[in-house]
Design a protein. Structure first.
Length: 128
């Protein structure tokens, strides 16, 4: 398995690109109703702002432009999403993501924190 270590930067770049792409899709849903039938959030509400953060930060992370800042902001956004909309500071079982359906928000939060610490690395506009 040691042979795989030479692909560390490549696999990280793929992780960053795919994660940014998927996160931007959540923003497209919230802002423009892309591939969803749910109602769009009202202008300048928390959901509307969150949608734009998801869209813009996701695209920036995907192309690797201002990657650390975009990922740091995205991480904070997902921390707020988890605490406010999933956990809701309720005691007991509601803390656990599998119960409150916050797995994706929690995973994105820590994944973006990891990306914020590493930056773009490879295949990114930060290096141009």
């Amino acid at each position: 398995m040691q042979q795989l270590s030479r692909f560390t930067d490549h696999s990280y770049a793929l992780l960053r690109i795919i994660t940014g792409f998927m996160f931007a899709q959540h923003g497209l849903q919230k802002v423009f109703g892309f591939l969803t039938d749910r109602e769009l959030p009202e202008l300048f509400t928390q959901g509307w702002i969150g949608g734009y953060i998801e869209l813009i930060a996701g695209l920036l992370i995907m192309v690797g432009l201002r990657t650390r800042w975009a990922a740091f902001i995205a991480s904070g956004t997902m921390a707020v999403a988890y605490i406010q909309f999933h956990w809701k500071l309720e005691l007991g079982d509601q803390f656990f993501p599998v119960v409150n359906r916050g797995e994706l928000a929690a995973l994105y939060c820590f994944l973006f924190l990891f990306i914020a610490t590493r930056g773009g690395v490879r295949w990114c506009l930060d290096n141009k």
